[in-house]
Write a protein that binds this ligand. Sequence first.
Ligand SMILES: Nc1ncnc2c1ncn2[C@@H]1O[C@H](COP(=O)(O)OP(=O)(O)OP(=O)(O)O)[C@@H](O)[C@H]1O
Ligand SMILES: [Mg+2]
Length: 301
Amino acid sequence: MIEFKSVSKLYPDGTRAVDDFSVVIPSRKTTVFVGSSGCGKTTLLRMINRMVDPTDGVIEIDGDDIAKTEPVHLRRGIGYVMQNSGLLPHRRVIDNVATVLFLNKVPKPQAYARANELLDTVGLDRSLAKRYPGELSGGQQQRVGVARGLAANPNILLMDEPFGAVDPIVRVDLQAETMRLQRELDKTIVFVTHDIDEAFLLGDQVLILEKGAKIAQQGTPEEILANPASDFVANFIGADRGKRRLTVDSKVKPRGDDLVLIDAGGYAAGVISAPDGKLATGTASPKSRSISNKTSQAGDA
Ligand SMILES: Nc1ncnc2c1ncn2[C@@H]1O[C@H](COP(=O)(O)OP(=O)(O)OP(=O)(O)O)[C@@H](O)[C@H]1O
Ligand SMILES: [Mg+2]
């Protein structure tokens, strides 16, 4: 469990990026921060691994104040997938994935073996291992970024708009892949996006943020859809929903054992998990979330 307690971040130039932010992020679930550009999402994420330190308040992981933990030690347990993949262009894919392992002094043969396994995990062919990031597609680069984030087998995975730069169809694949990883690897994922559909698809818990990381609403996708807390939230979820409604043109696309439902705009609207054949939105776990809310909301928009 990660807990923010009255956390603020005032940058030296006077920008108040985060203003008195408190939240509990449960373990082994996906929590999504969603909001417009500049509302403080990246700052929140980076405070979890101490790339940024708060100016006020406390952040605890499993009850321990992270300010008292060495950043290097802290980061061993926290994977970080950066906005725009953040791969090192002059290092091969395999070396990018193994970077953290090398830092942790894992002997090279083991590090490379683990890195190759991680390529399998994120659905990349091992033949790509010797290429440089520039020789991969955008979607493949994002997968390498995810593999690198998973390298040290962290309990916590921070993902900062990891799929921002890829086209909608590839994005659907990557979203489905993220849900599969969450199911199989059981990580605590904190995911940042400005795309409300992505937030509702991936999040067990969603926080809609305004400037200064002020929480406009917090809840499950169903709770937020059923009962928007303010006009701001209604606008935020409504504006996008109108464009991305489910229609007769919606398609179903196989992904591993699952089926991903894709709306007319090419966006993932939900996943049908194989074990029970029920459609789940917001998560791929077989919790059987109904799409009725989402459909009527889209129709109303
Ligand atoms: N190092 C910094 N120094 C000063 N101000 C900063 C710094 N980093 C971020 N900010 C400011 O803090 C605010 C929040 O920035 P942050 O990067 O957290 O937003 P974000 O929600 O991730 O935005 P985006 O969606 O564009 O990535 C912005 O006003 C930004 O300009
Ligand atoms: Mg950001």
